[in-house]
Design a binder for this molecule. Structure first.
Ligand SMILES: [Zn+2]
Length: 488
């Protein structure tokens, strides 16, 4: 036992004594620093001895021993303070550079300078970090390079454990988008939750600044569990979509995307819960394909009321339909998607309508002002002329209109003078008269004319005003309703 013990002690002693008192890189830095010039004996000793072991120090005369025991740590710190980094770059492909302090091949090439000795050295980032050499001059460059390299190293490490996990999680984020139809709410939610959790874990993993971290194993284990869960959920979703796709009123992914692009996330959620488009949600879905479907589903019932319907896809200002009245030929009306579906959606979803369908109701939810530019003028002019004819013998009438200026001139029977109003607003208010449906009457129009704000003009004043405007604008004269009527 005694023999064994002394052998162990010998071993410990040999390890201790051959251990370096001065690291190779410390020696290298010290020899290039100014401070060592204050200690010529030590300088000489360091120059002579590449390996300054504990044993070697012990063999030295007292002053040298004393230096290493009591002064050396301070000198080493003062030496490193003389240096500062001036630049950092990453070694090019195939470029082999060695650190002038530790002699290792380096990837992050740091240039350090010492103004006291006028020395310049090329060292690695490890030695810069070991000595805590001042990096203020290179700012965030070193930090950025190091964190980028750490990211890649940690990614490699993760990949050996769960191959392709980062791409896999990235794929989960858009996985549901690939389905032709929207996945049911609970299933979709579970899948999204797992995705979010995995994303969080990856973020946590890559936040770590050292190659190995005590949390790594826990993160990897949980990611593996999540991956299994997602596979099961994907299988369920595949089955769900396979069963539902092509079914009537199944909410399509195209519809979901359209709604989301307009910020209607709540409607998408409702569609997922209902697992179908319903009357209440349909009014929000002004997606072109669905609007075409609405138009075709309503075309038969509308035909009965003398109307043809077309989804006005080209209208980029308003989402809705063009209704054309067969009897009044060229008159087209615009009905917004929301209004029309709200009013007639029951016909699409086999539910009783709130109000029975009538031409009057449809006219009341329609307008001319929101028709696209290409269609508005013809219908507006047909209606205003028709209104003029209808009011010819009453105490209110349409004297004139200017489509370009959106202006109508009405005879205000009460004031016995003329008044100007907004043409499209006037048309939309009284268009029902043209279709012969219940609603506004000619008496209403008389009240409308007398309640319009603005000046009242005599015929003479009106003509003068018109002439002045024409001269001022040098605008070609508009077709006058009066002139045309007189001519025919
Ligand atoms: Zn080094």
């Amino acid at each position: 036992l005694v023999i064994a013990l002394s052998a162990v002690l010998d071993l410990i002693r040999s390890v201790v004594f051959t251990a370096l008192r001065v690291l190779r890189k410390e020696r290298a830095l010290l020899l290039k620093s100014k401070i060592i010039e204050d200690y010529p004996e030590i300088y000489e000793f360091l120059e002579l001895n590449e390996r300054v072991t504990e044993e070697l120090v012990k063999e030295q005369p007292f002053p040298v021993q004393n230096f290493f025991d009591n002064v050396y740590p301070d000198v080493r710190n003062r030496a490193k303070d003389e240096w500062y980094a001036t630049r950092v770059r990453v070694a090019a492909e195939g470029e082999i550079v060695k650190c002038s302090l530790c002699n290792r091949t380096i990837e992050n090439i740091c240039y350090i300078s010492n103004d006291l000795t006028n020395e310049h050295l090329i060292v690695g980032s490890r030695c810069v970090q070991h000595f805590r050499i001042n990096t203020d001059k290179i700012g965030a460059d070193l930090e950025r390079i190091l964190s980028g390299q750490m990211h890649v190293r940690r990614l490699n490490r993760l990949n050996t454990r769960i191959p392709g996990i980062r791409k896999t999680v990235e794929g989960w984020k858009t996985h549901q988008e690939q389905y032709p139809i929207l996945v049911e709410f609970e299933l979709a939610k579970q899948f999204d939750q797992v995705t979010n959790r995995a994303e969080q874990l990856l973020q946590d993993y890559f936040k770590k600044r050292s190659l190995r971290s005590k949390d790594d194993e826990a993160i990897i284990a949980e990611l593996q569990t999540l991956e299994k869960q997602q596979s099961a959920l994907i299988a369920q979703m595949n089955l769900y979509v396979e069963e539902r796709k092509g079914k009537k009123h199944a909410p399509t992914m195209k519809i979901a995307r359209h709604l989301k692009s307009r910020g209607l996330h709540g409607i998408v959620e409702q569609l997922q819960k209902d697992e179908a488009i319903t009357w209440p949600t349909a009014r929000y879905i002004d997606e072109p394909d669905f609007m075409q479907y609405v138009a075709s589903a309503l075309s038969k019932p509308l035909e009965v009321k003398g109307l043809s319907i077309k989804a006005d896809i080209a209208n980029n200002r308003h989402k809705g339909y063009m209704l054309e009245h067969v009897d009044t030929k060229s008159v087209q009306l615009f009905s917004s998607h929301s209004d029309l579906v709200l009013s007639l959606g029951g016909l699409i979803f086999d539910e009783p309508l709130i109000d029975p369908m009538s031409l009057s109701n449809i006219i009341s939810i329609s307008n001319i002002s929101k028709l696209s530019d290409a269609h508005r003028r013809r219908s507006a002019e047909t209606v205003v002329r028709n209104l003029a004819t209808k009011t010819r013998t009453s105490d209110v009438w349409v004297q004139d209109y200017d489509y370009s200026l959106n202006e109508v001139v009405l005879y205000d029977g009460k004031a016995k003078k003329y008044v100007k109003g907004n043409l499209l607003a006037f048309i939309d208010t009284f268009k029902g008269l043209v279709f012969g449906v219940k609603g506004k009457t000619v008496s209403d129009m008389a009240r409308y004319a007398s309640s319009l704000p603005g000046s009242r003009y005599t015929r003479k004043e009106l003509n003068e005003l018109e002439q002045t405007l024409k001269d001022f604008n040098k605008r070609p004269g508009e077709t006058r309703y009066d002139d045309e009527e007189t001519a025919s």
